[in-house]
Design a protein around this ligand. Structure first.
Ligand SMILES: Cc1cc2nc3c(=O)[nH]c(=O)nc-3n(C[C@H](O)[C@H](O)[C@H](O)COP(=O)(O)OP(=O)(O)OC[C@H]3O[C@@H](n4cnc5c(N)ncnc54)[C@H](O)[C@@H]3O)c2cc1C
Length: 437
């Protein structure tokens, strides 16, 4: 009799789940997800890895997966322990023969996996691709030779044939017996247009492609607000409630049956950005989090607690930045344009160490994805994949271009309580606002 263990991570779904298909042949199957207590402790960058909004989205996704698995007579075991500890206990107690998971770009997740492999050299460990469009062997280069820029990467992969998404399995092996499940203390529910889980993801995909939205995506994707102005697939993609291959197959069907234009191409183009950052993270490992990035670029940014706090709270002298940050704090989401503007402000106008901004995003974003977040921050800070060495946006110009009537700023109250950037000067003397001088 063989016993298999499936470690769910950022692949909370049953459709297009190659690793789960691998488990068809075992006699008994354990499905487990680990909620790591580490996520809720402050890290060295002033933030926690998991904020309340993403936690809510995660719980909704786990509840949905739990329901789906129950239809197959399976159950999802949720362990509130570090993966290494939780999985060690399960492997030993149930004498597990095969351990399976999806490929993950995160250094931390991979460390737990490698520890387990070392600890149980006699057991079989299998990793399957589920988070990316391509598998490493589909790429026309070795991961170590990943092109330095997105454009070079895109040209090499854009026309490659995509592996077909897999359907959900028809049946699953049973669990080895009743297993105690940790009780979860659910966070206080906050209203959100994003509901976690595969069911909500598949509903969103069918709604999105039943309207004309994909055909107009390129014209509106840079808007700062509005549900319909971009696809809003990111939270489901980040947690794997939605397979990116499934998404592209729906896009292709739309192109065949409805419209095939610049806009539909551009959705694929953006998904290639996502793809690039996934392989970028896998190639560069821990360098993704390093101050001087992947190129050892020397940076002169420092840490000013007051500026950092003002940026987080949306209380800087820049109304557009404030509005974006308040939107993020209130909803867990910010447009791509907004993210670029506030990140550029953080690095170049406030002169702060980019890693603190990235860590704050990690805490606040519902769609946080380790590769997309840290890769984009490196790009803007000029320590990553940008051939131009970083992006400094002129906030005034951006305001004129993307919020000419000030509507977005008013909606998110970016223009109230504007204060000077610093309350003390370099010698620690209080700086008076002009009205009080
Ligand atoms: C500083 C910064 C941090 C970011 N952090 C994250 C993050 O943690 N998680 C995340 O998913 N995206 C991140 N992005 C990328 C992008 O802003 C979001 O993917 C996008 O805004 C999500 O909304 P959407 O699904 O409507 O995007 P759409 O415009 O509809 O794009 C479709 C999909 O393409 C992908 N995509 C689009 N732009 C990018 C990009 N620049 N990089 C990587 N993938 C992209 C996403 O999967 C997105 O869902 C970040 C961008 C910046 C500038």
């Amino acid at each position: 009799m063989t016993t298999g263990l499936f470690w769910f991570t950022n692949d909370l779904r049953l459709h297009d789940q190659p690793a789960l298909w691998k488990m068809q042949s075992v006699d008994k199957l354990i499905c487990v997800f680990c909620i790591d207590p580490q996520w809720f402790r402050p890290n060295g960058l002033n933030a926690k890895a998991m904020g309340e909004r993403r936690l809510q989205f995660l719980y909704e996704s786990l509840a949905d997966l739990q329901q789906q698995l129950q239809q197959f007579g399976q159950q999802l075991i949720i362990k509130q322990q570090t993966p290494h500890k939780a999985l060690t206990e399960l492997i030993e107690f149930y004498n597990v023969d095969i351990i399976v998971r999806s490929q993950h770009a995160g250094v931390y997740e991979n460390r737990h996996w490698h520890l387990l492999q070392q600890q149980f050299p006699q057991r079989k460990f299998i990793t399957e691709v589920s988070h990316t469009l391509f598998a490493a062997e589909d790429l026309p280069f070795a991961i170590g030779d990943l092109p330095d820029s997105f454009t070079q990467f895109r040209k090499l992969v854009e026309d490659l044939a995509l592996p077909r998404p897999m359907s959900a399995p028809q049946q699953l092996p049973p669990p080895p017996g009743p297993i105690a499940i940790d009780k979860l203390s659910t966070p206080i529910h906050k209203p959100s247009p994003f509901h976690g889980g595969e069911t909500a993801a598949l509903e969103h995909i069918s709604e999105y492609f039943s309207a004309d939205l994909p055909a107009n995506y390129k014209q509106v994707r840079n808007e700062l607000d509005g549900w319909q102005h971009s696809t809003k697939f990111s939270p489901w993609l980040a947690l794997g409630c939605l397979s990116v291959r499934h998404l592209v197959s729906k896009l292709r069907t739309y192109e065949q049956n409805k419209t095939n234009n610049d806009s539909t191409y551009w959705i694929y183009f953006e998904l290639l950005w996502r793809e690039y950052f996934q392989w970028y993270a896998m190639r560069h490992g821990a360098k993704l989090f390093r101050f001087d990035g992947i190129k050892n670029t020397k940076s002169r940014r420092c840490y000013y607690p007051e500026r950092y706090q003002k940026w987080c709270n949306g209380n800087t002298p820049y109304p557009l930045v404030n509005a974006c940050m308040k939107q993020l704090n209130a909803t867990g989401y910010m447009s791509n344009r907004g993210r670029q503007i506030v990140a550029s402000c953080f690095v170049y106008d406030l002169n702060l160490d980019w890693r603190f901004g990235a860590a704050y995003f990690e805490q606040q974003l519902i769609d946080y994805d380790v590769a997309a977040n840290w890769g984009n921050w490196q790009y803007i800070a000029g320590v990553g994949a940008d051939p131009r060495g970083g992006r400094h946006f002129n906030i005034e110009k951006q305001t004129q271009q993307y919020d000419p009537n000030g509507e977005f700023i008013r909606r998110w109250q970016g223009d109230i309580d504007l204060v000077p950037l610093d309350s003390v000067d370099a010698a620690d003397w209080p700086i008076m606002p002009p009205s009080k001088q």
